[in-house]
Design a protein around this ligand. Structure first.
Ligand code: SF4
Length: 494
């Protein structure tokens, strides 16, 4: 039997579903791979930093696999030492170990993750490394995961021993060795049995979402009726598969099932092309709660796995931009905005000070999804006690435009069960090019905004100019969209 080449990541994909390997080999155009550049970059930065966790180390540079294995062989002779990216191969099963402690009586494996908790799939990852290393004849004394401690608060220089946590997984890893041997055998058999013209049959299941949404989900569900149970907004994956496994797949199948009222409403609206539902009282409640001047505001934020600023934790949301539309009682509209400089080391303070200057009066602070902005304000108040009163003022004046949509007091079939502004806006203003996020250049959603800001430092001045412009345009549309929702509220009450 020809042995299939496996790496750590290919092995872990097969643990999720062995068909992924076949699809990657013969049907890569069926994959909807998302742009994960920012996640890779975070992982790369964390990995680089962690290399120094145990002091001086010798690095095996990325190269041809055979060269990396040869270099590792040489470095293993210098024990005791720390080797990063030490590379090994057994029977076409290859792995590079993030950090290898190489002692006279054996080695210790340290796998670095940029996550803040140990996921089950990490145990498979480390167990696979243990399998390879022990089979090339090394005595593996310990196998561990290094991950991020999200309770760490930076204060001055980074404290590596506080930033990283280490869990010893040796016992769990040992228990998995037979399973790994069996899995590798099964993978080899599958790749031997099925060729390009012979696709393995595999029914979808919850594993398609666990530990990650499979890139081939659209491909594997291409023959399901549209819309189907997987299009129900807010329903748990577990419940969706329960219905699916009982044969309730299309909205027609589901219409007479005992489901949550909201799910049935979504199905009914889409299936029967219902007219919009608007509870005037709920809309009136929002309008009656407003006080002029109206401050329509939206924040953009980014986060760093490795905290960049004093007083912040790993992955803490750092607000770096806002857009503000102000409407005065006489109907006058003003627009203000803030976008931090990429090299600003005091982003949060400058953000807050600018906001205080732009919203001096006790008008309503109007947001879409209050939890996000209110939480950022609380964090700012905690970081800067001298600004706390102002942050509390904003929070006590906050009005959430999302409420009537979330409560289904304002609902149309086009919202498809969602109350996200990205569904609500086109439902209220179909085909309006001025409110169409797809018409924007470069930045179309919060994730792209965050990535664009984090990437500014790597850009030329000219590129920065363009990115900053894209960011400003995107955020401005977010608050203009809120103004338009407010106008729609007034319109429906006429
Ligand atoms: S979508 Fe599900 S069944 Fe299809 S390859 Fe991915 S994990 Fe396997």
């Amino acid at each position: 039997m020809n042995k299939t080449f496996l790496s750590k990541s290919r092995y872990c994909q097969c643990v999720q579903c062995e068909k992924i390997l076949w699809l990657n080999e013969y049907c890569s155009n069926g994959s909807a791979v998302e742009d994960n550049e920012a996640i890779f970059e975070t992982g790369r930065k964390v990995g680089e930093l962690a290399k120094g966790l145990f002091g001086d180390y010798e690095d095996v540079k990325y190269d041809k696999r055979s060269n990396m294995i040869k270099k590792t062989d040489d470095l293993l002779q210098n024990k005791p030492n720390i080797i990063t990216e030490a590379s090994f191969s057994f029977d076409n099963n290859f792995c590079s170990v993030d950090i290898l402690k190489n002692d006279v009586d054996g080695v210790e494996i340290y796998e670095v993750k940029s996550s803040t908790k140990v996921k089950d799939i990490y145990i498979d990852d480390v167990a696979y490394q243990y399998f390879v290393l022990s089979n090339v004849g090394l005595n593996v004394k310990k196998a561990c995961i290094v991950y991020i401690n999200n309770e760490y608060v930076r204060n001055g220089d980074l404290d590596m021993t506080q930033l990283f946590k280490i869990d010893d997984l040796t016992a769990e890893v040992l228990e998995k060795q037979d399973e790994i041997r069996n899995n590798i055998y099964m993978i080899n058999e599958l790749m031997e049995t099925y060729d390009e013209n012979n696709e393995p049959v595999k029914e979808i299941g919850r594993f398609c979402f666990d530990p990650y949404l499979c890139d081939f989900w659209d491909y594997c569900t291409r023959d399901l009726p549209k819309p189907n149970v997987f299009d129900i907004s807010g329903m748990q994956t577990k419940s969706k598969f329960k219905q699916y496994n009982e044969g309730n797949i299309s909205f027609e199948d589901l219409a007479n099932e005992k489901l949550n009222k909201k799910y049935l409403e979504q199905i009914d609206f889409e299936l029967n092309e219902r007219e919009p539902k608007i509870v005037n009282e709920a809309v009136k409640d929002v309008l009656d709660s407003l006080n002029y001047p109206l401050y329509f505001i939206d924040y953009e934020s980014c986060n760093f796995a490795i905290p960049e600023f004093d007083g912040t934790k790993p992955y803490q949301q750092i607000p770096f931009q806002y857009s503000l539309h102000i409407i005065n009682e006489n109907g006058e509209v003003e627009h203000r905005e803030f976008l931090a400089e990429a090299d600003d080391t005091n982003i949060i303070r400058h953000f807050a000070e600018s906001m205080i200057e732009d919203m001096p009066e006790d008008g309503s602070v109007i947001v879409y999804n209050k939890a996000f902005e209110a939480t950022r304000n609380k964090e700012i108040g905690k970081m800067y006690p001298d600004l706390n009163d102002e942050m509390e003022r904003f929070n006590s004046n906050m009005v959430d435009l999302m409420i009537p949509f979330r409560n289904r007091d304002y609902y149309t079939k086009e919202m498809k069960g969602s109350y996200s502004i990205k569904y609500v806006l086109p439902a209220l203003y179909p085909n309006d090019p001025d409110l169409d996020y797809t018409q924007l250049s470069g930045v179309h959603n919060g994730g792209e905004a965050s990535n664009a800001f984090l990437n500014l430092k790597n850009q030329t001045l000219e590129e920065q100019q363009k990115t900053r412009n894209d960011l400003l345009k995107y955020c401005e549309l977010d608050t203009w969209a809120m103004v338009k929702i407010w106008e729609k509220f007034k319109e429906v009450l006429i």
